[in-house]
Design a binder for this molecule. Structure first.
Ligand code: AMP
Ligand code: ZN
Length: 680
């Protein structure tokens, strides 16, 4: 046997002695263990032996041939991009290929012997769809059309589906085969990338944390938008006329270029919540309640012109270095790495100059001097110039706000995910951007400046007026004074890249594009994060797989989105601070808005946020609206990306506090308003 050339279809037969009838038949087990496939009792009749060999050829050998062919078929099925499912005649799943696993989000072992209809059940399909499919199958024909299917994570996908029966030897249906393709061929690719664990045979499932993950999926808005339009077009094909009409309306909305802001404003106006409408209008709009251009008869220099005040270049010398910081301030700064750091205490202790002190401490900790190749004195000079160009008369947009944003930025940069993804130039640019991001803020909104025809609005064509000014002024101040120029040591290329990075981050703080930034982040970064987590939980950090996914997070495009989101979150992190700080910031921003409304009324300007009237405004309501509209989704996405659970806990507690405060003030109003009985 050893000398015989092996074949993959070899059958090894044990020819055993015929036993006399009074002897027991020996057990077959030892023969099987020895490697025999078949036992034949010796026979001297030639024909009987030939018959035995024929039986072998048509039995064992042919079965083996068929089996290996079937294996090859299954292997082929696993390599096609269409999702294939084979079920019994009563729809019990017997086989699914890899593409099916990727499309549906299940591992095959999870769905074996389950009812195929139950696994994908959802109410997006027409109620009589299943009957139509069954009727076709019973006739021995196939059914083809659009079929909505539900993934394991609840996501509903439209797919093009081909269902066909397999007729068995008895003439009855033995199996039902369904082949699904997504309406958009690239969607399969997307899913293949996203559900990485399935490709590797791991058990599918989102690794952790609350509803935010499901939310991340439901928030998906595909880019480019044409893909969405194609999917909707495909879904329209087999839909009833009412659905087709509704989808036409959806397409109309999607085809507009401003996908977020105008729609949101209309929606809010329809909801008739004046607080939210005012807040969104005030924060996001250019000049929502614009009436006549006031500046027509106005000298651009005669307006409130806080934005046009003369920049300060004066450089005080104290403290020149970290070691010169007085002990009582050093003591406060010691808790700077904690999220609960008390910036208001630092504001008091430094006599409204928290930015220089916190800036010095933080920037030294992150090696900013080394990056710029400058000494501590230059850094302190620069911080001093920048801080002196913040308006201490503003209740909110003063240097304490800048220091607060710097603190949040530094905290975010310390999170493991950001440490893995961002490089030193990203880190330095983030810190610098946080420091300068509101410099020379006049304590008035963009809409106000546009409405009053402020010279900054004229200069920047009503586009991102303040943000453009903050960034431009910061570079101007830096270059004006050599001893305060942190950029002077950079070579041309280094300066170009740093400047570009900083400008991009400061401009990202413009709330007008809030939803655009958030959606891009969710679609690109959160999706990549999902993959990163699945991979690292499967194979451990540092495996080739996790570095592949990490490479995706660290692409220049994704790093840009991450940095924008980082500074945006830092900029409005005050609702996620400990309660006393959160309340303080809520009061400060409201006070600044009240002052704006008063000035608008006094000067006959359009009132951008009428609800922010000192006499009538409810601060708790303003905070509830702000959190609902801008904060919740953004911090869910941010938390999902870089894991900041303490912030979410504070946010939830603070929200409850504002709700309670709102309830209490309503009770007070009811108690103080005269009843009918009183009137009489
Ligand atoms: P910035 O002007 O760069 O600070 O952009 C953030 C904007 O968010 C501010 O201008 C405020 O309009 C708004 N904002 C921040 N915190 C709050 C808050 N607690 N309540 C209401 N609006 C806020
Ligand atoms: Zn800010």
């Amino acid at each position: 046997m050893r000398a015989t050339k092996a074949s993959q279809h070899t059958v090894i037969v044990a020819v055993t002695k015929r036993l006399s009838t009074d002897k027991d038949e020996p057990s077959i087990l030892p023969l099987i263990k020895a490697g025999f496939n078949k036992r034949v009792v010796e026979n001297h009749n030639l024909n009987a032996c030939i018959n035995e060999l024929l039986c072998l050829e048509y039995g064992e050998v042919r079965t083996q041939l068929q089996l290996s062919a079937a294996n090859a078929l299954f292997c082929a099925l696993d390599n096609v991009s269409d999702a294939v499912e084979i079920a019994s005649d009563d729809r019990e799943i017997q086989y699914v290929n890899h593409a099916w696993e990727r499309l549906m989000g299940y591992g095959s072992e999870e769905v074996m012997e389950k009812d195929s209809m139950e696994v994908t059940k959802n109410d997006h399909n027409k109620p009589d769809l299943q009957d139509s499919i069954n009727t076709q199958l019973k006739k021995g024909k196939y059914w083809e059309g659009t079929y909505y299917t539900r993934r394991k994570n609840g996501e509903i996908l439209p797919s093009h589906c081909h269902v066909s029966p397999v007729i068995g030897p008895t003439g009855q249906i033995s199996h039902i085969i369904s082949v699904k393709t997504t309406s958009d061929a690239s969607l399969i690719e997307r899913l293949k990338d996203t559900d990485y664990s399935i490709v590797n045979g791991g058990v599918y499932g989102f690794p952790r944390r609350r509803e935010s993950v499901t939310k991340i999926h439901s928030m998906t808005i595909e880019a480019p938008i044409t893909k969405v339009i194609n999917i909707i077009n495909a879904a329209q094909e087999n839909s009833p006329i009412t659905v087709v009409q509704a989808l036409d309306h959806v397409l109309e909305i999607l085809r507009t270029s401003e996908l977020y802001s105008p729609y949101l404003s209309q929606q809010l106006r329809a909801d008739e919540d004046p607080m939210t409408t005012d807040l969104v209008g005030g924060i996001m709009s250019q000049s929502m309640r614009r009436q006549l251009m006031v500046s027509a008869s106005q000298d651009v220099n005669s307006n409130s012109s806080k934005g046009s005040h003369q920049p300060h270049t004066y450089i005080p010398t104290n403290p020149a270095t970290l070691s010169q910081i007085p002990d009582h301030i050093k003591a406060i700064l010691n808790s700077e790495p904690s999220w609960d750091f008390d910036i208001i205490r630092l504001e008091k202790a430094t006599n409204n100059r928290p930015l220089v002190y916190l800036g010095l401490k933080t920037l030294m900790r992150f090696g900013v001097c080394d990056f710029f190749n400058i000494n501590e004195t230059c850094l302190t000079n620069w911080l001093t110039v920048i801080e002196s160009n913040y308006h201490s008369s503003n209740t909110y947009h003063n240097s304490t706000h800048a220091a607060d944003v710097l603190h949040a930025t530094a905290f975010f940069l310390e999170q493991e995910r950001n440490k893995a993804v961002l490089d030193q130039s990203d880190v330095v640019c983030s810190l610098i951007s946080a420091i300068i991001h509101d410099v020379d803020h006049p304590g008035r909104t963009n809409a106000f400046l546009i409405n009053e025809g402020n010279k900054l609005a004229i200069l920047y064509n009503d586009q991102a007026v303040l943000e453009s000014h903050h960034s431009a002024l910061a570079f101007q101040l830096s270059w004006e004074n050599d001893s305060a120029n942190i950029f002077r040591g950079l070579d041309n290329e280094g300066y170009r890249a740093t400047r570009q990075n900083i400008i991009d981050m400061v401009l990202a703080t413009e709330m007008r594009h809030h939803f655009e930034h958030l959606n891009k982040f969710v679609n690109s970064v959160n999706k990549a994060t999902l993959k990163y987590e699945d991979t690292s939980s499967m194979s451990g950090n540092g495996s080739p797989d996790s570095s592949v996914v990490l490479n995706q997070l660290t692409t220049p495009e994704n790093r840009l989105l991450i940095k924008r989101m980082l500074i945006k979150c830092a900029d409005v992190a005050n609702p996620c601070r400990p309660l006393d700080l959160c309340v303080e910031w809520g009061k400060r921003i409201a006070e600044e808005y009240f002052n704006q409304t008063e000035e608008e009324k006094k000067r006959g300007l359009p009132v951008v946020m009428p609800i922010f009237d000192r006499k009538t405004c409810s601060i708790p309501k303003s905070q509830i609206s702000f959190i609902d509209v801008f904060i919740n989704d953004m911090f869910d996405a941010w938390d999902y990306y870089c894991d900041v659970p303490d912030l979410i806990t504070h946010l939830q507690n603070n929200y409850k506090y504002w709700q309670q405060a709102d309830d209490n003030s309503q009770d007070c109003e009811e108690a103080s308003s005269p009843t009918d009985g009183d009137k009489t």
